[in-house]
Structures are given as structure tokens and as C-alpha cells.
Design a protein around this ligand. Structure first.
Ligand code: NAD
Ligand code: GLY
Length: 352
């Protein structure tokens, strides 16, 4: 078992290990001493696998448990569910000293976290992430959000959890495609900051050492959010491959998965970075090679022009400039800001 302390403005531990669900109640007693009621928020799939076990553990520690279950999938991260959760918490007389428990993937974590950030102007919450993506990324760092009709994550708050419990056993029930989606994010960490992790993943493929890998990724996320809690600088590195990925997801009407889009985004950026001399051809080949070994796609079916048009509306574009994360070598990346013309040249090989 590993405990990784996150030193944000409100510090908290992330526990990584096996069999943690059964110990949820003990952890709550230790890290959220005042709570008398735990509002367990989850989705229907995760509830069927793990809701009963977590509820039993929390009830065993002497807390009242109330449960709110949303349908699985991104569609649940909406304003309607958010308001329903607020009304549910109020009807159940959840107080400021009580606690929300977010059990599930990034959808549940973001939705329940945003509810915690705003119900009674904030109550404590803990994250129990059950997807690989949620364990290595979304449960750590305090970004909470819901989607609006105009786009993803448009309403939200930075609000750190009291505790994150990453039970590695929950990954056993993940459908393969969702596991692979998380692998794209894991590979991203290796390319960004950790050549040893990259080599481990290259050698072991999806049979990587889960405790080592999840813990290393969380340590890297911890390092980033500790120095840039509110996403004004270093945290942007986590967007490696994501600007192109978001464009492709939008172009596909969200029929390609996020992980697949990120994989193609990273491979494409690496290829372009090799073409403009930022990284070597061998580095770009390494990146495409590892993604391929994980069964992740590396080539977009959209033209650079199509991608560019969609990227113009990306919310991460600041003042006419787009920031891209470029690999220089495995384990070392840089941020470059591009004007729209430069961006077009980078992607499409030259302005019209
Ligand atoms: P998700 O939460 O939709 O989970 C994917 C699917 O896996 C769901 O159908 C879920 O029911 C199922 N599932 C979850 N755990 C399972 C398990 N252990 N066994 C079997 N099935 C299981 O998707 P996700 O990929 O975890 O998260 C994506 C969301 O995370 C997006 O909304 C994205 O915006 C958000 N996100 C947030 C941050 C952040 O920093 N807050 C970072 C990255 C992504
Ligand atoms: N997943 C991006 C971030 O946490 O900033």
C-alpha cells in the first residue's frame, strides 16, 4: 500500500492499494471525524459491483448511509442530476459536518465533487475512483464539474477532497476498452515526466504493475497540482495530446472514446514535433510504438484542416494563442504557444 500526500491549499492523502473498499468506514472515521451521515453517490454500473460493499463498510463504522445512483455515462454529468442531488441532500437533511462519498469513474467524481463544492457552500467529500483514468487523473487535484449544453466541464469548481481511496481491485471489473482508455493517460505521464515508467509500460504492456504505475502517475499529478492548483501554468502539461483529442472527439460527435482520441493526439503531436525538429524521429516512433502496443490508435481519420477549424473554438485558447505540449524526448516535454497562423502551419504545413 502507498500513501501519497497532496500538498494543495487543503492537503489530503491518496491511498493506493488492495481491499480498500472494505476499509472505507475506518478511513472515514479517521479523515472525516465529524461526519454522521455519508451520502454515497455512484452510477448504476459501479453500484451493482461495489455499492453494497462500500455502504456496509461505512455503516459498520457507525455512520448513516444514504445512496444516490445516476445512470452510467457522460450524459449523467449534467445540471439536472446536479440539482437532483442537491435536493436529495437537502431532503435527507445532510449537514455541513456530513460527507459525500464519490464512488465511480470521472463522471461520478466530477459530479459528486461539484455537489460537495456547492451544497451548503461546501461540505467534505472523498473520492473512491474505480476507473484507471479516475485513479491516475480525475480523482486527484480537485477539479470538479458538470457539462452544459454548450460543452463539457463548463460549470465547476476547484475543490479538493478530504481523501482519495484508490482500490486497485476495482480495475478487475473494468471493460477492456475503458481500461485501455485509462492506459492512454498512463502512457501520457511516462512521456511527460518519467522515462522509467515509459520503459516499464513498453515492456509489460497492459500487464503493468498496477500499484507501481498508479502510484507513480498520482505522484506526478501531485507534483503538478501542488505547484499549480488552479491551472495557470504547469498543470497545462496534463493536456498533452488533448487539444487535438478534443477536436477529434467533437468531429466524431463523441463516437470515439476520449482515451483513443488522446492516443491519436499524442502520436500526431509527436510526429509534427519530429517534423519541425523539436523531438527526434526515434522519439516520435517510440510514442507511436507504445500506443500501438496497447492497442490504441495513432492516426486521425480527419484532415489537419478539419482539426484546425474545430480547435479554434477550444476553451483553452487564450487571446488568439493556442498552447501545445510537445515532447522533446521521452520523459521531457515543453509548452509552446502558437498564434493561429503558426498553429495552422504546425498542423497543416503552412498558412492558406
Ligand atoms: P466514467 O466515469 O463514465 O466511467 C466509464 C464507465 O466505466 C462507466 O460506464 C462506469 O459505469 C464504468 N465503470 C466505472 N468503474 C468501473 C469498474 N470498476 N468496473 C466496471 N465498470 C466501471 O468515465 P471515466 O473515463 O472514468 O471519466 C471520464 C470523465 O472524467 C469525463 O467526464 C471527464 O471530463 C472527467 N475527467 C475529469 C478530470 C478532472 O481532473 N476532474 C480529469 C480527466 C477526466
Ligand atoms: N486532468 C487535467 C487536470 O487535472 O488538470
Amino acid at each position: 500500500m502507498n500513501i501519497i500526500d497532496v500538498g494543495t491549499s487543503a492537503p489530503y492523502p491518496v491511498v493506493v492499494g488492495h481491499g480498500l473498499l472494505e476499509e472505507t468506514g475506518d478511513y472515514i472515521k479517521h479523515y472525516a471525524k465529524r461526519a454522521e451521515t455519508a451520502a454515497l453517490i455512484t452510477d448504476d454500473t459501479v453500484d451493482a459491483f461495489y455499492g453494497g460493499r462500500v455502504e456496509k463498510s461505512i455503516a459498520g463504522a457507525g455512520l448513516r448511509v444514504i445512496r444516490y445512483v445516476v445512470p452510467h455515462g457522460e450524459g449523467s454529468k449534467n445540471a439536472e442530476n446536479y440539482i437532483s442531488i442537491m435536493n436529495f441532500l437537502a431532503k435527507e437533511q445532510v449537514t455541513r459536518s456530513d460527507l459525500i462519498v464519490a464512488l465511480g469513474g470521472g463522471v461520478v467524481g466530477d459530479l459528486a465533487g461539484f455537489a460537495a463544492a456547492t451544497y451548503l457552500r461546501r461540505i467534505d467529500y472523498i473520492q473512491i475512483p474505480t476507473t484507471l483514468l479516475a485513479q491516475v487523473d480525475s480523482s486527484v487535484g480537485g477539479k470538479t464539474a458538470i457539462d452544459l449544453e454548450a460543452g463539457k466541464n463548463l460549470a465547476g469548481a476547484f475543490y479538493q477532497p478530504k481523501l482519495v481511496l484508490c482500490d486497485l481491485d476495482t480495475l478487475d471489473t473494468l471493460p477492456e476498452e475503458i481500461f485501455r482508455d485509462g492506459c492512454a493517460e498512463v502512457i501520457k505521464y511516462g512521456i511527460l515526466w518519467d522515462e522509467d515508467l515509459f520503459e516499464h509500460l513498453k515492456a509489460r504492456r497492459t500487464d503493468f504493475d498496477r500499484e507501481y504505475t498508479v502510484s507513480r502517475c498520482i505522484e506526478m499529478k501531485r507534483d503538478v497540482v501542488t505547484v499549480d492548483e488552479f491551472d495557470n501554468g504547469k498543470r497545462q502539461f496534463l493536456n498533452f495530446g488533448h487539444t487535438l483529442a478534443h477536436a477529434a472527439e467533437a468531429l466524431s460527435n463523441y463516437s470515439i472514446s476520449h482515451g483513443q482520441a488522446v492516443a491519436m493526439g499524442m502520436a500526431t503531436i509527436a510526429e509534427k514535433a519530429a517534423a519541425d525538429g523539436t523531438c527526434s524521429a526515434s522519439c516520435a516512433a517510440e510514442i507511436a510504438g507504445i500506443l500501438d502496443r496497447f492497442g490504441l490508435p495513432v492516426k486521425f481519420t480527419y484532415t489537419p484542416d478539419e482539426m484546425y477549424e474545430v480547435m479554434l473554438s477550444d476553451k483553452k485558447r487564450k487571446g488568439g494563442k493556442i498552447s501545445l505540449i510537445l515532447p522533446e524526448e521521452i520523459g521531457y516535454c515543453v509548452i509552446r504557444k502558437y498564434t493561429l497562423e503558426e498553429m495552422k502551419e504546425f498542423l497543416c504545413g503552412g498558412p492558406d
